[in-house]
Design a protein around this ligand. Sequence first.
Ligand code: SF4
Ligand code: F3S
Length: 112
Amino acid sequence: MPFVVTDSCIQCKYTDCVSVCPMDCFVEGPNFLAIDPDGCIDCSMCVPECPVGAIYNATDLPAALSHFEDLNARLAKLPGWKPITKAQPPLPDHAQWKDVTDKLPLLKMPEP
Ligand code: SF4
Ligand code: F3S
């Protein structure tokens, strides 16, 4: 089962995860990253890199986060969600958002 980025990433986007992925399967939106399930080889290397614990194996997703599996797969194929392979600074307000839950309504889509 592929790995999945979940709620904690939204509005934070620390990006430490991307630098260890051997398959370059992260894609980037304005305030969230997603994993392309077609690229993920389930190595789990990204999991400990995320400072807010946003990444899960799909089989271990808590029920409250189960919708993120389909969301990652969908976003990874949408135009505007671009591959990201190098870490970059987190979003400016990451400290304010890192412990906030249920941030999905804040998810932003790339400009067309
Ligand atoms: Fe990349 Fe491995 Fe994480 Fe999948 S589990 S996204 S292949 S680092
Ligand atoms: Fe998001 Fe964590 Fe990666 S916050 S960008 S999943 S390091």
